[in-house]
Design a protein. Sequence first.
Length: 557
Amino acid sequence: MSTTETASPSNFIRNIIDADLKSGKRQQVITRFPPEPNGYLHIGHAKSICLNFGLAAEYGGRCHLRFDDTNPIKEEDEYVKAIEKDLRWLGFDWGEHLYYASNYFEQLYQWAVQLINQGQAYVCGLNAEQMREYRGTLTEPGKDSPYRNRPVEENLDLFERMRAGDFPDGSHVLRAKIDMASPNLNLRDPVMYRIMRAHHHRTGDSWCIYPMYDFAHGQSDSIEGITHSICTLEFQDHRPLYDWFLDQLQIGHPKQIEFARLNLSYTVMSKRKLLELVKEERVEGWDDPRMPTLVGMRRRGFPPAAIRRFCERIGIGKSDSWIDMSVLEDCVREELNESAPRVMGVLRPLKVVIENYPEDQVEEFDALNHPLKPEMGTRKVPFCREIYIEQDDFMEDAPKKFFRLAPGREVRLRCAYFIRCEKVIKNELGQVIELRCSYDPETRGGSAADGRKVKGTIHWVSARHALPAQVRLYDRLFATANPAGDKDKDYREHLNPGSLELLSDCQLEPGLVEADSGSPYQFERLGYFCLDGKSSQPGRPVFNRTVTLRDSWAKKA
């Protein structure tokens, strides 16, 4: 599947691929998406997913899904399944090309042995603190480990014994012998293997040594025949190390191309920080609709097509930049404006009694499911003497330009009648709790037989037929655009206290009792919503607000 429904614009990655194919350097395009199964995917990963799968589709190639599962302490099968589900939800399929770095553990071990035999790797006994000291700094070269010149036979024996479990965790590592004076710190004899007695989600307890990500990544690409290894910019300084390993092993080279990662305002994109929010219960979980995770966005009601549109719209660059959250929200609005059926719901109900309407009478009105798409059909909306309207649609002391309901004023009820406010009922605190109104039976369907006009049209639901529901109004998780960039405060201090508002007495059209989990609706005049299948109970649905009808944050800026 393509990342977008329209033609993709050119960018520097496409230009490189075009040149490779034209020159004959590459005959096909094979990309990969290589997540570590140590957390849930977020919107930043979506950019890479759409890019890698989209390019493969454009060029008639294929994209592999490979889990780089080299750190069993942080990895779980739960994350593997969640990542697969997220990719399918986004609309992408890897077919038979599902791989794991753990598939290659034996081959990677043999390649490590090869490097030892070539005098290009050695077993080192420095502890972590000593290794940092010997590594040097950005301005000072490192120092050779005292174990750097061990004989090949001794290194082979020690490495075999590391695999056999003869040594405790952390006592030895296998390091590449490159250049301790290199200006690129990644080349200062990096660690290739460490001892780690941890249960692996796929290999169980068969290994007690595990390859480092930097040793496994490039070789895994080579094994799979990846032609274009597309990474984010933080891997640019790692490319010389990947190339060094591939050169010494004399195996195939993918072409690594780096692009700028996605930085999205009003959120954090670090898996570590997101995990902290989950563990500290500052959010409901990885699928909290305020989270930038794909599972959270799915629960909130973001359509996958909107995320693909967003990834295409922001483009691909080589310099880090920030994308405002409003760009993503606009993509969601554009998609839902086209696809979401319209319904009426009252979030903060105010009861209206139409005193001259027959008490036992019930009518049904035909309401368009979409004002611009007649092919989406109509629905029946019940109407009776008592209805609910929004509290904000009434004002007792209304200014001249307030065109909704006020004492003595007339408004149109969507697809029903004109009503006039005749009396205001208040409680002992002086709060308005009910309106007494009259209706004009000659205005059925929303137009007056005598041709008179009203400027205000409001939505409503029948009190007798309404579906009680809880509605969750979600806002941005953080109150500042770059919460992780504040050096004086912890990012958690920037959490938005108003990011969730619970409304428990909402009244919705009765037809929403048939709503499917995740299906989008536009609550007229209020925003886009979807049923939360996780929180809803029989007879007591919960709806999440996906996004407002307009960018409310633009007014705050």
